[in-house]
Design a protein around this ligand. Structure first.
Ligand code: DHB
Ligand code: FE
Length: 286
């Protein structure tokens, strides 16, 4: 049976990917952030999953605003890297895990999550930057296959944090019931506090971010009880991306240990966070 071995919450700021693509990670602006990733990257490289489920949002790059599914899962054999206006990032294509995807869609629908499916999808920085944070030097191929799980965080009304947490629990059950012996990691992406436009552009709320980083480990129900308006007020219009970390947390068991944490301000306009959790209870009960 498939087993969840770890969960990783990480920001997906596009300039983190650009810094890597253009060899700037050791410049004064970027060095501290990339140095802080080193222990997590080492641990993840020593605990490679076969497949990662990446909970992320498209930023109207690959999916236009004519149709905005609240939750959607990719079922393709592979996914192109999206051209976001400056050409594609020079990273490998994303190879899918269609058998696992189809299992997850069916299990989630049977578990009352009527999830949409993407049979073709380009993946924007929301997915490729977390892959680069995980694996900075993929060479010709990423070291894992990928199941994209998309959440609408850009158009009102976004799903509630509670619904995201519940989706994560259903996702965890669905992964653990997959009959192949796969090692699976789950990524929750986005955040931390940031607002890209409007009167509060540039907003950073370190107190809220630090509370979130701590509480996602110990009391995710408390974060799930916050409204979408709470997230936007405290973390900014784009900071609501943090609700996607709750999908990741919901998929993990309660028997987790924190392996690593990064908190760094800013990258671009954004507070950057990363939190890595080993899951000791990620196997289905016999
Ligand atoms: C930035 C952050 C994001 O999460 C994003 O999707 C786009 C831009 C930024 O800070 O520049
Ligand atoms: Fe974003």
């Amino acid at each position: 049976m498939a087993e969840i071995i770890w969960g990783f919450g990480t920001s997906h700021v596009p300039s983190i990917g650009a810094a890597m693509d253009h060899g700037k990670t050791q410049t004064p602006y970027w060095k501290a952030l990339f140095d802080s990733y080193a222990p997590a990257r080492q641990w993840m490289a020593e605990h490679r999953p076969d497949v990662v489920v990446i909970v992320y949002n498209d930023h109207a790059n690959a999916v236009d605003l004519d149709l905005v599914p609240t939750f959607a899962l990719g079922t393709a054999e592979s996914y192109e890297v999206a051209d976001e206006g400056w050409g594609r990032r020079p990273v490998p294509p994303v190879i899918g895990a269609p058998e696992l995807s189809e299992h997850l869609v069916r299990e989630l629908v049977d578990d009352s999550f009527d999830i949409a499916t993407f049979n073709r999808l380009d993946t924007d920085h929301g997915l490729t930057v977390p892959l680069s944070v995980y694996c900075p030097d993929p060479g010709e191929a990423w070291p894992c296959t990928v199941v994209p799980l998309l959440v609408n965080v850009i158009q009102y009304p976004q799903p509630t944090a509670a619904r995201c947490h519940a989706l994560g629990k259903a996702l965890g059950r669905a992964i653990r019931s997959f009959p192949q012996d796969l090692k699976v990691a789950v990524f929750g992406t986005g955040g931390m506090s940031h607002q890209l436009a409007g009167a509060r552009a540039g907003l950073i709320n370190t107190e809220f971010d630090r509370m979130f980083l701590q509480t996602i480990e110990t009391d995710p129900e408390k974060l799930a009880a916050l409204t979408r308006e709470d997230y936007i007020r405290e973390a900014g219009t784009e900071g609501i991306e943090m609700i996607m970390w709750l999908v990741m947390r919901g998929a993990l068991s309660d028997d987790i240990t924190r392996v690593h944490e990064t908190y760094h301000v800013p990258a671009s306009n954004t507070a950057v966070g990363a939190a890595l959790f080993e899951d000791h209870g990620g196997k289905a009960a016999a």
